[in-house]
Design a protein around this ligand. Structure first.
Ligand code: GLU
Ligand code: ZN
Length: 299
């Protein structure tokens, strides 16, 4: 009899996450993401984590974290384990940056936003690869991005092919103000939390190639990615906390939750609205079909 080695992937139990930036209270679009990631993981008896992406203090709104968490509770979206706060993980990102430095993949960049704009670059061209201007107070750190094609399969949007450099240029991993950039922090934290699937808004679809490149160079097994349509306003603009989208109401969560299920293509029965949020989520979990989530970028 031969005993088969389990493959490394089977050692990881299904783990998903919701990673809001606390720039304002939860709005309808972020609730859609929270519910989709929650149901897709719970339907597989997996673990659902909440991470607070509070990397960028100037963009944060006081009180947003507790408002977001309160709304998740009202909507019955109970998370496992302790919440991770990116603001407390500087040292972990430092280690990742050191690894990239050892590999000779990152360099200092002295260009301001204005410099890049004036050169007419759509993405950063790699101007400082050969050396940066001395005498500036602060420098960003950028990663060298090769001219290659990355392809992967999005769980919802289907096959993706991206010209890595054309899409991202040499992107920033640490900003000139010393804050770590979203791509690096997200990749490191998804790996540290052993996230197996990242279900998030389609506004982040263009971020995925940059993140997959970081995973490649840091020897990280990428999670699966699935991008749900983002909610837009009458003008076709993405609902966003910064643009002042209406916070979701915590008064009648059952009705809103049924609308979320509807928008996620799950066709809940009409009388489900009369149920409690926990019963609605139970229905959602039992009847969940990722294949029925619309493969569009906007709702
Ligand atoms: N914090 C990001 C946002 O709110 C999402 C990060 C992610 O899901 O990768 O847009
Ligand atoms: Zn530069």
């Amino acid at each position: 009899m031969t005993i088969q080695e389990p493959s490394s992937i089977s050692l990881l139990s299904p783990t998903g996450r919701f990673a809001p930036s606390p720039t304002g209270p939860l709005h309808y679009g972020s609730l859609l993401t929270a519910v989709a990631s929650y149901l897709n993981i719970r339907a597989n008896n997996g673990t659902w984590l909440v991470r607070i992406d509070d990397l960028d203090p100037p963009r944060q709104m006081p009180g947003a974290v507790s408002e977001i968490l309160h709304a998740l509770e009202v909507y019955g979206l109970h998370w496992d384990q302790d919440i991770v706060y990116q603001s407390k993980r500087q040292h972990i990102y430092d280690e990742a940056l050191a690894k990239l430095q050892e590999k000779g993949l990152v360099y200092f960049c002295s260009c301001s936003r204005k410099d890049i704009l004036e050169r007419g670059e759509r993405v950063y061209s790699g101007h400082c690869r050969k050396g940066h201007l001395a005498g500036r107070k602060q420098y960003a750190m950028r990663i060298k991005v090769p001219q290659t094609t990355l392809s992967w399969n999005d769980l919802i949007q289907g096959p993706q092919i991206t010209e890595l450099f054309q899409a991202n240029g040499d992107f920033v991993v640490r900003r000139a103000d010393g804050l770590y950039a979203y791509h690096l922090a997200a990749v490191i934290d998804d790996a540290a939390q052993r996230i197996t699937e990242s279900i998030r808004g389609a506004d982040l679809l263009p971020s995925t190639s940059a993140q997959r490149y970081l995973q490649q160079v840091l020897d990280i097994e990428p999670p699966e990615y699935g991008h749900i349509p983002v909610a837009v306003n009458e003008k076709g603009e993405k609902l966003s906390k910064q643009a002042g989208a209406t916070p979701i109401s915590t008064v009648d969560p059952a009705t809103t939750l049924c609308k979320v299920l509807q928008d996620l293509g799950q066709a809940p029965p009409e009388d489900l609205e009369a149920s409690s949020v926990s019963d609605i989520l139970r229905w959602g979990q039992k009847n969940w079909s990722l294949d029925n989530v619309p493969a569009r970028h906007t709702l």
